[in-house]
Design a protein around this ligand. Sequence first.
Ligand code: BGC
Length: 748
Amino acid sequence: MTRSEKISSSCLAIALVLSASAGSALAADSKPTVHPWMNSALSPDARAELVLKQMSAAEKQSLVHGIYPIAVLFLPPKQIPADAVGSAGYVPGVARLGIPALQETDASLGIANPGNIRPNDVATALPSSLATAASFDADIAYAGGATIGKEAHQKGFNVLLAGGVNLARDPRNGRNFEYLGEDPLLAGVLDGAHVRGIQDQHVISTVKHYAVNDQETNRNYIDSVIDEKSMRESDLLAFQIAIEQGKPGSVMCSYNLINGVWGCGNDFLLNKVLKGDWQYPGWVMSDWGAVHALDYAMKGLDQQSAVEFDTKPFFAEPLTQALKDGSVPAGRIDDMARRILRSMFAVGIVDHPPVKSPVDAAAGAAVAKKTAEAGIVLLKNSVDVLPIAKTATKIAVIGGNANVGVISGGGSSQVIPAGSMELPFGGGGIGGLLGKVVYHPSSPLEAIKKLAPNAAVKFSDGRYLSDAVRLAKWADVVVVFGTKWQAEGGDVPDLTLPDGQDALIDAVASANAKTVVVLETGNPVAMPWVSKAAAVMEAWYPGARGGEAIADVLFGVVNPSGRLPISFPADIAQNPRPQIAGYDVEFPQMGGDFDKAKTIPVRYTEGSDIGYRWMAKKALKPLFSFGYGLSYTMFAYSNLAVTGGDTVTVAFDVTNTGSQAGKDTPQVYLTNAAGETARLIGFSKVDLKPGETKHVTLTADRRLLADFDTAAHGWKIKGGTYTVTLAKSAADPVVSSSAQVTAAVVKP
Ligand code: BGC
């Protein structure tokens, strides 16, 4: 029996643990008596309450702190429990009561395997979350979640540290690829669907990193300064929607400070907003190394993750003492444990423990490919160079290690599928451990060759401009790749493509007018060569089958349908903060003294006007706008009808007026909210055959029609005439109409 099989079977066994008196009952009628909280007909709250009553003080406390179940040199030595599966976190269970250990792993893009702790245990790598966001399709987000949730379950994990939903306020942020873009509605809806997909597999998901954790530079020492109204209408709204729609078992609080208070000790965010206003019933776990004081227990933190990452195991002995001397009341430890237990029952990790079984790699790869295809955004196709003509006989493929695979983003979310190529990045600490540029073994070059069996396809690695230019001149059509690696723990200084790739693309596009640029990036990039390129395609980090997905779009096997979930600025000067706060100051990545006096404010003066809203407010013209993306077919809108009342309902027809099947993403923006810039209030993904028309109806979430009013403590809908615009992107309105909306205050 393997270690994980033992875990699964022991979980099953302990679910049927007999009480002392039940032992004699078994002898009498051979029927095992199960613990009353094992009755799945009871509510999760009732079950949690029943088991809590049976727990000793020590057992309750054991639930509220965990370890990093991996021996790492720079962390204090520890005993690794025999049943730990091995990944980012482990919290012991209470075997005598049938409560399993929490086996935690990263994350949103697939099952991580830090430091190859589970030798050669590979997993499906989904495309970056930004690619999922570009699908504008909750079904795609759900399918990705269900795939990785299932793999987690099959590997012995019952908690996925997934659900990253921080908003993209800066196109240099090293973790934007793990998040879902700049708009709270899009990000919240897709995150909710992703979390639902995971949890339907009986694996708890987090949403993270709560909140306003919008830059990586000095993430432990950055103070996000933002007023409450703006925060509620932007970053918090994304979390709120994701939590309502996904019902995550846990929320992970963040490293940064928010208005002078660290995220995991932030009474306002945790107690007042999350548990108070939103009535969140699950538990708050800390990010790894984000706990700096014991009193975080009173500020709303329920569980200290991986205590070795913090300066003290606050929720172990220090909390025991605090409970003894009454500075933390007994009711609070009950609340902490109850929340954890409740989520265990609600998501089904007690009733459906992980069962070790082989992962269906082919099924995972198919979902990864579909996600990549849905997320690829065609940005330019000036001379209809795409799809590549069947008559092309000489195709040049240049750069981006396209002969090897597709690049992925780094950090705790890194997934290593079978056959990946890893280039170590080096350095010490956590960066050294996780810092590898990983190429997923899905070579775009090979995929292109397969789709062009009659063409000569030649490759240049692009290291020498003269070679690349010579090849470009030879070809009928050129596909040149631009890649940019980004990773957790740092931001990039600017929007260029590194290693001279902008010069390479410029030279190649100058040499051949039929040059297609394929970008594999974790963020928007500048495109100084854009006027010379015939076509540009953003493929993000496209995951385990990225090469095939790229080739399918290049050759028209798949009609591109992605839309930008993040604005591409024309220049970084368009960003509210052209300089990254604290970029030149160096704090330790992990640890440090957490001296409040040293923290650096990052002032989010744009408030809730992020991305496209900022651009509109300042009359800036982006390189490519939020919501933008081309297709190989065309769509038209008609019969717009808007009705009012408590909210607005928008109905219209979408017709595919072109000659091939395709998917459109009509977007509805509120365009006249008093004193506000336009905001997305609805979107839909519509699949249409040539000539086909479909009717779409969208009803706006009332919060999107409101301003958050701190005095009224709610969402205030002013009432009156509300104009909405049906659009192709935030910068491409098609038709508008209005309706009367009733004034109201909606609860926070
Ligand atoms: C990251 C989290 C991650 C955790 C565990 C932290 O550094 O911020 O997103 O889940 O590590 O790996």
